[in-house]
Design a protein around this ligand. Sequence first.
Ligand SMILES: CC(C)(COP(=O)(O)OP(=O)(O)OC[C@H]1O[C@@H](n2cnc3c(N)ncnc32)[C@H](O)[C@@H]1OP(=O)(O)O)[C@@H](O)C(=O)NCCC(=O)NCCS
Length: 148
Amino acid sequence: MLNGTCERRYSSRYSAYLYPENKLVKMIRSFTHHDIERILEIEAQSFPKSAYNRITFIYFSKLYPDSFLVYEKDEKVCGYIIFDRKNGHIFSIAVDPEYRRMGMGQALVRWVSRKCDRMWVEVRLSNEVAKAFYKKLGFDDRRYLRWV
Ligand SMILES: CC(C)(COP(=O)(O)OP(=O)(O)OC[C@H]1O[C@@H](n2cnc3c(N)ncnc32)[C@H](O)[C@@H]1OP(=O)(O)O)[C@@H](O)C(=O)NCCC(=O)NCCS
C-alpha cells in the first residue's frame, strides 16, 4: 500500500502522479506498441460485438500519435482514448471493466478537453452507460444518426 503525498506533474506529452520516492502511481501518456496486447484485451471486454482489431489500433497510432492515449495505473494499462485534435472527435474510449467507476474515463476525457475547444462523440442509443458517462461530463445530446 502506498502512502504519502501525491505529486502531480504535467507536460504537453503526459500527466503523471508520483509518490515522494518518484514511484509512478498513475499517468496518462501516449500509446506505444508495447501497449497493444492490453489495449486489445480491454477492447474485447468493452466491445464484445464490435471490437477494433490490431490493424485498426496500429493505424490509429500512426495517424494520431499524440492523441491515442492510455491510462496507466501501477504500471498496468487500464484504459485508452483515441481522438482527433483538429476537431475534438472522440473515436473511442474504453476502461478495463475491473477499473471502471474509478474516474479513469473522466480523466481521459478531461485530458482531451485541455487540447480541444470542443469535443464530440457518437454513442449507440443502446449504450446507456456511455450516455450516462457523457452526460455527467457535460455533453449534450444533439443529433440522432441512423445507419442505412
Ligand atoms: C464509458 C466508460 C469509458 C466510462 O469509464 P469509467 O472509468 O468507468 O468512468 P468514470 O469512473 O470516469 O465515471 C464518470 C461518471 O460517469 C458516469 N458513469 C460511469 N459509469 C456509469 C455506469 N455504469 N452507470 C451510470 N453512470 C456511469 C457516472 O456519473 C460517473 O461518475 P461517478 O462514478 O462519480 O458517479 C466505461 O464504462 C467503458 O469502458 N465502457 C465500455 C466502452 C464504451 O461504451 N465506451 C464508450 C463508447 S462511445
